[in-house]
Design a binder for this molecule. Sequence first.
Ligand SMILES: CC(C)(COP(=O)(O)OP(=O)(O)OC[C@H]1O[C@@H](n2cnc3c(N)ncnc32)[C@H](O)[C@@H]1OP(=O)(O)O)[C@@H](O)C(=O)NCCC(=O)NCCS
Length: 171
Amino acid sequence: MTFDTAASPDTGPASYSIRQFQAGDAAALANVFKSAVHGIASQFYSPEQIAAWCPEAPPEEAFRQKMSDGRAVWVAADAADIPVAFIDLEADGHIDMLFCDPIAAGQGVAAALYRRLEAAAQRQGIGLLYVEASEAARGFFERMGFALDKRRDFERRGVKIHNYRMVKILE
Ligand SMILES: CC(C)(COP(=O)(O)OP(=O)(O)OC[C@H]1O[C@@H](n2cnc3c(N)ncnc32)[C@H](O)[C@@H]1OP(=O)(O)O)[C@@H](O)C(=O)NCCC(=O)NCCS
């Protein structure tokens, strides 16, 4: 699926396509993860929290294994097929990861990925989607129809951090 994002007066229209994850995407997705945390989530968390969340891009092989463990993964790629964002869905309805490179943010890319995921979940008969949304993603999931379940306070690499468990019942 290819979609044109809304035209922006600053950057002009951009075109991204959505496809399934391929093993060769692992390094690019690990970099998208790091760029999203350091370039977007950093507006919502302290430098200490960001460093604890993502001290560096995850190793390619570890990321490949994670993305290939049976979960479904969709990737948004630019015209040169370079990944700019991704989302995953585990068999029980859990969304573990949603990350968009700052270069592609604010153009509807994550929404397009989410729509693809929700359609697949509907086809699989999944009745409930849930996510531990970061402070940077809470508004996005609200926009997608998720309801707040509870705030989660925990430690990552010894640093206090929080996110939100959010749920969406599918019809
Ligand atoms: C969350 C994230 C994936 C959204 O990506 P994006 O491509 O910029 O999102 P979209 O452009 O598709 O946004 C879709 C809608 O959600 C809204 N939205 C996105 N982020 C939002 C936020 N933080 N607060 C409120 N609304 C938000 C947009 O305004 C848009 O609304 P519209 O339909 O009225 O125009 C991106 O900000 C990101 O990677 N964040 C950092 C990483 C992170 O925290 N990931 C989540 C881990 S659970």
